[in-house]
Write a new protein. Structure first.
Length: 220
């Protein structure tokens, strides 16, 4: 395997250190030691620690887009493509837990950042939404996915499900597998025959005899 360049070496060291500590707890000296370089080398590639953290986090979006391009078969049926995409994203979140945590941290603090940085972040995140949206658009064209929402809105909802499972439901991953997650996304949480039962209940209410009021004679 080729040895990573200096920039990648610094980013790998930062990702490792940020995994176990908060942003303010990690210094550039720490990162330089972990990367086995001089501290001044960091400034060749990054403006400061915030810029380094930002670039490491946004690199995750680029990796995910590349992963989807490689792992999702372009000629596969829609549902198979969706399962492949969810599997690839979930495996990435699990394998690169440090990077996933950094992306989550950066996403949470973006509303407080200056507009230029926020714009750059949203641009990178949008690349992932568009990659997933293209798969969902195929489902819309085939009439398998609702089209009253845009493919990118649907992609954002799906990413929310994947992030929630990765962040809060790690212990339940075997219970909520990719098949069930995709089923929840496509069909919702309602029981399959709930609509029919509701319709039947309404019809029964229409045909049921009116309750007797006080003092009314019984029906004969």
């Amino acid at each position: 395997m080729a040895k990573p360049g200096k920039r990648e070496q610094i980013m790998q060291a930062a990702e490792k250190l940020f995994a176990g500590r908060r942003l303010h707890e990690v210094t550039l000296d720490d990162i330089a030691r972990e990367a086995h370089i001089g501290k001044g080398t960091i400034y060749t590639y990054f403006k400061d620690k915030d810029d380094l953290f930002f670039q490491v986090a946004t690199a995750g979006f680029e990796e995910l887009c590349d992963l989807l391009q490689r792992r999702v078969a372009g000629d596969a049926p829609f549902k198979e493509q969706l399962l492949q995409a969810c599997g690839a994203i979930s495996a990435f979140f699990s394998r690169r837990r440090q990077l996933f945590r950094m992306i989550q941290t950066e996403d949470a603090r973006m509303p407080l950042c200056r507009s230029g940085l926020r714009h750059r972040w949203l641009e990178r995140r949008q690349l992932l939404v568009e990659s997933l949206g293209r798969i969902l658009r195929k489902g819309q064209v085939e009439g398998l996915v609702r089209d009253d929402l845009t493919d990118q809105m649907l992609a954002t909802f799906l990413m929310g499900l994947l992030r929630t499972r990765a962040r809060n439901l790690r212990e339940d991953r075997d219970v909520i597998g990719d098949d069930l997650l995709v089923n929840l996304f496509l069909r919702g949480a309602g029981l399959r025959d709930a609509g029919a039962r509701d319709a039947g209940s309404r019809e029964a209410e229409k045909t049921a005899p009116a309750p007797l009021s006080a003092g009314s004679p019984p029906h004969t």
